[in-house]
Design a protein around this ligand. Structure first.
Ligand SMILES: N[C@@H](CCC(=O)N[C@@H](CS)C(=O)NCC(=O)O)C(=O)O
Length: 200
């Protein structure tokens, strides 16, 4: 069996490196960067979008970070994949939600922090500050009275959503008004598998 994960850990590839570490997989890491490497012809053969991450699992090539994670968790289980179809549906729901509802405003605020010159415009930042509150409230409410999104255990739903929400911490977004979310995010961020992935 051979699994290759493409993408430097200081990119969305951290999401898939984290999943692979949680699953205890043996994999090869190709640290393709996002400042040119992802646009090289050899990488475009893997992901024609020119983005990292991507994986090649014995010839099965998957791109889109959270799709890579769903695939790996579905294939290897290891407690990350739900044990019933209702929770599988919820894991898909939360993964798509992270990408479509939460990622954009959080990324705008992250870019604003690290690229004060040449990053998002003032108007885009103001809109993102407003826009981010709705998904943060939805997530906070979903976590009320439970440790993890599907109940008592950490699953791929948590990994996928937390891997996007980690940017909120990096962007310095104040989460004090969302205590259930903040507690959950701290639990997810403290997992040794994430530290192992960050060290790649
Ligand atoms: N929706 C994609 C986005 C991937 C993406 O945009 N990755 C960035 C790095 S974080 C990238 O490859 N940027 C380089 C480029 O677009 O040339 C995913 O989640 O995998």
């Amino acid at each position: 069996m051979s699994l290759t994960i493409y993408g430097v850990s200081a990119s969305r590839a951290i999401r898939t490196l984290w999943a692979a570490e949680e699953l205890g997989l043996d994999y090869k890491h190709e640290p393709v960067d996002f400042t040119g490497g992802s646009r090289k012809p050899e990488f475009l053969k893997i992901n024609p979008n020119g983005h990292i991450p991507a994986i090649d699992d014995d010839g099965v090539v998957i791109w889109e970070s959270l799709a890579c994670n769903l695939y790996l968790a579905r294939k290897h289980g290891g407690g990350l994949w739900p044990d019933n179809i209702a929770d599988e549906g919820r894991a898909l729901q939360w993964s798509f939600w992270a990408m479509t509802e939460a990622e954009k405003p959080i990324l705008t605020l992250l870019l604003n922090k690290f690229m004060p010159q040449g990053g998002p415009s003032e108007a885009e930042v103001a809109a993102a500050r407003e826009e981010v509150n709705a998904p943060l409230a939805v997530l906070n409410n979903a976590l009320a009275g439970r440790d993890y999104l599907l109940g008592g255990d950490f699953t791929i739903a948590d990994l996928n959503v937390a891997s996007v929400l980690l940017w909120a911490n990096m962007a310095g977004i104040d989460l004090s008004g969302y205590p259930d979310l903040a507690g959950w995010l701290a639990r997810c961020a403290g997992r040794p598998a994430l530290a192992a992935a960050q060290a790649k």
